[in-house]
Write a protein that binds this ligand. Sequence first.
Ligand code: HEM
Length: 434
Amino acid sequence: MTSAPTAQEALRVPDDIGRAVVLPESYGDENNITYPAFKWLRENMPVGQAVVDEYDPLWLITKFDDIMTVEKNPVLFNATMNNPILNTQAGDQFLRSLTGGSMRYLDALPFMDPPEHTQIKSATSNWFAPKNVAKYSELIRDIAKEDVEKLLSYDGECDWATDFALHYPLRVVLGLFGIPQDDLPLMLKLTQEFFGANDPDEKRDDIDLSPEAAARQFQAAFADFFAYFNQFTEDRRKNPRDDLMSVLANAKVDGEFLSEGVVNGSYLQVATAGHDTTSSTISGAAIAMARHPDQWERVRADHSLIPKMVDEAVRWTSPVKHFMRSASEDTELGGALIRKGERLMLNYPSGNRDEQYFTDANEFDMDRSPNKHLGFGFGAHMCIGQHIAKLEMNILFEELLPKIKKIELAGEPKPVKTNFVSSFKTVPVKFTKA
Ligand code: HEM
């Protein structure tokens, strides 16, 4: 006779559901695989443990309230004991071998805990505040105008993801950094490699596809980034300007410049975090608007609706699929006993479709109010670049809407297969000029 499962055993997520949430390839078909799995979890096991081959056991956190509980407790649920980004065991082992055992392979905010995290974040957070970033509106608008003109030159048909959305956020980041726009192809290649690392289609040709391939690719991208960025730090310390590169290069904690690792880590973090996240959202907005021509019409007629449309696009697209935390001590969450050191996966797209807070959560509805979503996370680690992201998307649509009367999908959009930061491989569209 087999004995009944213990309460903890009963919290083991069914294997197919675990794979649907954990494996990068599931996200290539998220409407049919990941979103239904999230729904099942929210309804049946909001805090459940997934055991998936090649990965550490993971607590999948899928309800809005439980994600918030974790986000509000950055000491109890830390970002440093394990990799804050999900990776295979082999991949993590490889990263540890490079750093001498630590999971801090990048000196950037997501890899820090308080009090260090608080110190480093405070050193630059004023620059990222809404009032300050608004000063860069004209610089951003000039880039938006050029990109909209380029879109119009496609004469009614293009790949919205690769011909349009992909380049704009990176061009904005270069503009804010004060880096020449000619460096776009180099930055594009590096940031794509960095975030696209677990999509089999994004691998570097010169690196094999062993289980450690993603980790190796990360390291290769790091080394290239660092060589590129060091020249700017030296220059901006000698000749500070009114740009983000000067702010990061000259930021100080207790009267000392940030270390070389933290300065480079911050550049890299901003360049990568500010790129695919925003281009994904711009693509997500186009997909939603093509499916809801009535909402496109309304926002065209009344530009004061643009910020609500953009915010709903962040919720609906949820480009950041997860961040990881680890329990600093034994604790209880949503009825589960989480042991010290165990890992939790914060599933933002699931929190953003939690029916307890979002009626008809799968639907894009720019009239949603309130729309307090988790697209930018919450708490200590909440996205420092959210005001830049919103500003640049608002400006883009202000420039775009008067020029485009109608937008339609001309084929099925295909997302990149990644469990971290999504983007779209293709979003074929047809559009009618105004
Ligand atoms: C639509 C666009 C964006 C989305 C959806 C997004 C989303 C996120 C999310 C979910 C986090 C983690 C929050 C958490 O752990 O609670 C994050 C962190 C971060 N984001 Fe963004 N982001 C976007 C754009 C940007 C931009 C434009 C920048 C910079 C210019 C940026 C820089 C960062 C940085 C530096 C962090 C780490 C913060 C920390 O750990 O304290 N992001 N973002």
